[in-house]
Each structure stands twice: as structure tokens, then as C-alpha cells.
Design a binder for this molecule. Structure first.
Ligand SMILES: Cc1cc2nc3c(=O)[nH]c(=O)nc-3n(C[C@H](O)[C@H](O)[C@H](O)COP(=O)(O)OP(=O)(O)OC[C@H]3O[C@@H](n4cnc5c(N)ncnc54)[C@H](O)[C@@H]3O)c2cc1C
Length: 412
């Protein structure tokens, strides 16, 4: 399909991926009709601040000026979900009962917080964090709480715990795995962050499983945890946040018979197995630079990259180059920047001083970098990204030698 045949593009999901796609498509000169459905009532907003600044300042950080959509001829249909796709007719049906045809359909439905299926998870005081509505509820809950339990030691859980401690309230992080961030960070970073949080008063419980919550008159009063030795204990708390990962919202795609495997399966041009349907963002299982097969990335840079891919496909333009994945997180005074993907075997070189709050972890295998994790070291992060992007060999001995400047490794 070429640009000339495309008169209407329908986007499902007004999150970071869908919104960026619409903006970039217009910027690239698309003159047809552009309709974006969002099931949330608010205009597209930034999610990262929801776990980083949820106790201070405005939560509503819109992605664009309110006038942007009308000026750019983007029809935003907010508070209206797409409930069905008819691939044969190339139409979608919305929750308002309206049927819309499309030349291209872009699925950008994101992900949902994974539910914790234990008793008491429905008590008043227990919640998750994905949307603006969740963040507003979390703020109320935490500000009115005496003690907060965070279930899940992933990035979102740790950011929330740091926010709670910054307000001086007791916080405990309960993590099932033997270390924090087990799926996404190196063991070294996990150790450093566990120490950083513990030193700032967070109770970090690893190898510990939440069995349930207990309440009184419908209100949360305690979390029940089984520890590493199998011992059960009750910790008093009056607010709890469950941050145990996210699941792709691929139900529409599955119902329409598109290939899904932990997300909608797409190629490096955001194409599904239907030529008229593209998918982008957290909902996709996609090829990622430096990783064999496919994976689901949950990050803003990943969503933006795929929005660019989808624009190229709709306009019949050349594919955009694949980017090295990256991500950021703020925890207390640490501004973390992470690039690359940790899989399989690797060795680690530490530069800087974790105790001083400024360090970089360079992970390498077979004389190539595979990932870089930095804290308060933006220059190291930039060098790491360049080394990963170029794929050039690195000498582990020089990498580990503090007398060798990192920039010299790029040009060497
Ligand atoms: C608390 C939090 C903190 C984060 N921090 C960071 C960070 O520091 N750095 C980083 O890189 N990433 C971060 N992320 C991840 C990042 O926000 C996501 O990767 C990004 O939002 C993905 O964009 P998306 O458009 O794919 O999904 P989303 O932003 O989830 O948007 C999808 C939208 O589609 C809507 N939708 C779903 N189904 C339908 C339907 N049928 N009809 C209409 N609308 C529908 C959803 O309600 C949602 O509004 C964070 C995420 C969260 C939740």
C-alpha cells in the first residue's frame, strides 16, 4: 500500500506510542484523515512522572499543547475504546457503537499492570500504578498512610518506595526473586540499589512472597509475607502498591486473529501479519537490536522508535535504523540510565564509586559491550550508547583501567 491509497489512518490507544505516531505522521506530510481512540478520559500524558513525582507537583503532564490536535487535524476520541476489529471489512467498532473504516489501523494499546491474585487484593488501600487515575489514587493513599508496602522490586516499585521514603514514611519492598530488578538489571546493579534503598530506611525483603493482605472493615491493615526460610510474618501497613510487571493489552488483536505471543507479533517495520494493521509500543513483541528473536520492550524510547517505523510503513518510505534500547529511572538522588539488553553471559566492569552515588557498570561479552548501567554519569551513558551502536570491539583491560578515558575507547 502506498501513501496515495491511504486516506484514513485509525490509531487505537492514545498513549505515548499512538500519540507520537500521529504527530510524526503529520510532520512527515500525511494529509489524510487521522483518528486516535483513547479509552482514558484524559488527553495523552507522560507516564514516567507517575512513579517518580507522584507525591509532589502536578501529575497531569500532557504530551502536547491542548490546541495541537485541532491544529494538526488529529481527531482525538477520548473516553472511547475500540471494542472490535473486522479485518475483512477493514473497520473497527468503538464503545460508542460507531463503525469506522480504515486504510491503516495502528494498534497502540499498551500494557496493563499485572494483577496480584491473592486474598485481600481488593481491600481499600491496595492499588496498582499504570494510569493517571491510579497515580491520583496512590497519592491520596500514601499521603494518608502511616506505613506503605510495595509489592515487587522492579523499577516502578523502587521508584514508588523512594518517593515514600523521601516523605519520611516507612516503606517495605517485598520481592519474590532473590534480588531486586532480577529480570532487567545486572546482579551488581541490584546489589547497589538494594544497599542504597536500605541505607535510606526502606525494608528490602527479597526471596519473599506476598501471600495476601488483611483488613478491618474493608480497609488494609497488614500484608502477609512468606520469607526465604518459609516463615510467615505479618507486617502492619495501611497502603500497598502492587508493581509486579505488566501484561500486553493484546486482546483486540487476539480476537481479530492476529499473531500474538506475549504481545502482538510485529517486524522491524511495525507490521503485523495483516498488511493493513500495524502495532507499536508496549503491546508488541518485536525485534530488538542486539537480541535474537523478539522481545517486549516497555520504554518511551522503544515506543518512539516504533512510531517512526510505523510512519515509514504507512508512507512507503525506507525503514528507519534499529536503535539500541535504553531506559531511565530516578531513585532518591540516583539518576539511572540504562542501555542495551542483558541476556546470557557477561562480565562486568565498574567505573566510579557507588558509595559516592556516581558509577557506571559496563557489561561485556566476547570483547563487545552488551549493556551499560549508569547512575549520575550521563557522559558515560552517552559513550556506552555510542559503543553499543557502533558494535565495535572493546578491550576489557582498557575498559577496566581508570587511567584510560572512556572516550578513548570509542576512537581507539
Ligand atoms: C508508572 C510508570 C513509570 C514509567 N517510567 C518509565 C521511565 O522512566 N522510562 C521509560 O522509558 N518508560 C517508563 N515507563 C514505560 C512507558 O510509560 C511505556 O513504555 C509507554 O507509555 C508505552 O507507550 P504505549 O503507547 O505503548 O502504551 P501506554 O502509554 O500504556 O498507552 C496505551 C493507551 O491505549 C489505551 N487503550 C488500550 N486499549 C484500548 C482500546 N481498545 N481502545 C482505546 N484505547 C485503548 C490505554 O488505556 C492507554 O491509554 C513507565 C510506565 C509506568 C506505568
Amino acid at each position: 500500500m502506498t501513501d496515495h491509497a491511504v486516506s484514513r489512518v485509525v490509531v487505537v490507544g492514545a498513549g505515548h506510542a499512538g500519540d507520537t505516531f500521529a504527530a510524526l505522521l503529520r510532520q512527515a506530510g500525511f494529509v489524510g484523515e487521522l483518528i486516535v481512540f483513547g479509552d482514558e478520559p484524559e488527553p495523552p500524558y507522560h507516564r514516567p512522572p507517575l512513579s517518580k513525582e507522584f507525591l509532589d507537583g502536578p501529575l497531569e503532564k500532557w504530551l502536547r499543547e491542548p490546541t495541537f490536535y485541532a491544529e494538526q487535524g488529529v481527531t482525538l476520541r477520548l473516553g472511547e475504546a475500540v471494542v472490535e476489529i473486522d479485518r475483512a471489512a477493514a473497520t473497527v467498532t468503538s464503545s460508542a457503537g460507531l463503525v469506522w473504516s480504515y486504510d491503516y489501523l495502528v494498534l497502540a494499546t499498551g500494557a496493563a499492570s499485572r494483577a496480584l491474585l491473592v486474598s485481600g487484593a481488593d481491600l481499600d488501600g491496595v492499588g496498582m500504578l499504570r494510569s493517571l487515575a491510579d497515580a491520583r489514587a496512590l497519592r491520596r493513599r500514601v499521603l494518608g498512610a502511616c506505613s506503605v508496602a510495595v509489592v515487587g522490586g522492579g523499577y516502578i516499585g523502587l521508584e514508588v518506595a523512594a518517593g515514600v521514603r523521601a516523605k519520611g514514611r516507612p516503606a517495605a519492598v517485598v520481592e519474590r526473586e532473590e534480588r531486586l530488578l532480577a529480570r532487567v538489571a545486572s546482579p551488581e546493579l541490584s546489589r547497589i540499589l538494594a544497599r542504597h534503598h536500605a541505607e535510606r530506611g526502606t525494608a528490602v525483603l527479597t526471596d519473599s512472597v506476598v501471600r495476601g493482605f488483611e483488613g478491618e472493615a474493608g480497609r488494609l491493615r497488614a500484608v502477609v509475607v512468606t520469607g526465604p526460610g518459609g516463615e510467615e510474618r505479618r507486617a502492619w501497613c495501611d497502603a500497598a502498591v502492587v508493581g509486579i510487571g505488566a501484561v500486553p493489552r493484546d486482546e483486540l488483536a487476539r480476537a481479530a486473529g492476529l499473531s500474538c505471543n506475549n504481545g502482538i507479533v510485529v517486524d522491524e517495520l511495525a507490521r503485523t501479519d495483516d498488511v493493513r494493521i500495524l502495532a507499536i509500543g508496549d503491546v508488541t513483541s518485536r525485534p530488538v537490536r542486539g537480541v535474537a528473536g523478539r522481545m517486549r520492550l516497555e520504554s518511551i524510547p522503544g515506543a518512539v522508535e516504533q512510531a517512526r517505523q510505523a510512519v515509514a510503513t504507512v508512507l512507503g518510505r525506507p525503514a528507519v535504523g534499529r536503535e539500541v534500547p535504553w531506559f531511565w529511572s530516578d531513585q532518591f538522588d540516583l539518576k539511572l540510565n540504562i542501555t542495551g539488553v542483558l541476556r546470557g553471559q557477561f562480565e562486568t566492569v565498574l567505573r566510579g564509586d557507588p558509595g559516592a552515588g556516581r558509577f557506571s557498570l559496563f557489561h561485556h561479552h566476547d570483547a563487545r559491550l552488551v549493556a551499560v548501567e549508569t547512575a549520575n554519569a550521563p557522559a558515560d551513558f552517552m559513550v556506552g550508547r555510542r559503543l553499543l551502536a557502533s558494535g565495535q570491539p572493546v578491550d576489557p583491560v582498557r575498559l577496566a583501567d581508570p587511567r584510560v578515558g572512556l572516550r578513548d575507547l570509542v576512537t581507539a
